[in-house]
Design a protein around this ligand. Structure first.
Ligand code: HEC
Length: 83
């Protein structure tokens, strides 16, 4: 189960990473206080997506739980237009 959560989170994080990296490197437009290109846990080769995601969640401790509660994962939504 943990591997599945990490794989799903990996997909979300893969989408978020370029945005985070871009934000971190665009100087004046950046609102982040963190430049991920300077974070030691990320300064190595990763053998797989889940392995990299594990590095992300070492800091982003609530991300896995938050992703699992999104609409994309729960499919729990009642559309008022179609009920
Ligand atoms: C060493 C700790 C650390 C690691 C490892 C790390 N991050 Fe972050 N990340 C942070 C911190 C701290 C912030 C908050 C920056 C701010 O709010 O200014 C942040 C912010 C972000 C944000 C902006 C949205 C948010 O939740 O604040 C994204 C997206 C993000 N990180 C993605 C990633 C991804 C993807 C990885 C793995 C490839 C990763 N991070 C690895 C510490 C880390």
């Amino acid at each position: 189960m943990k591997r599945i959560v990490l794989a799903i989170l990996g997909a979300f994080m893969a989408l978020a990473a370029p945005a985070a990296a871009q934000t971190a490197t665009t100087g004046a437009r950046s609102e982040s206080t963190t430049d991920h290109s300077r974070l030691k846990p990320l300064m190595r080769e990763f053998a797989s997506g889940p392995e990299m995601t594990a590095a992300c969640v070492s800091c982003h401790t609530e991300a896995a739980d938050q992703v699992m509660r999104t609409l994309h994962c729960t499919w729990d939504f009642t559309n008022p237009a179609t009920v």
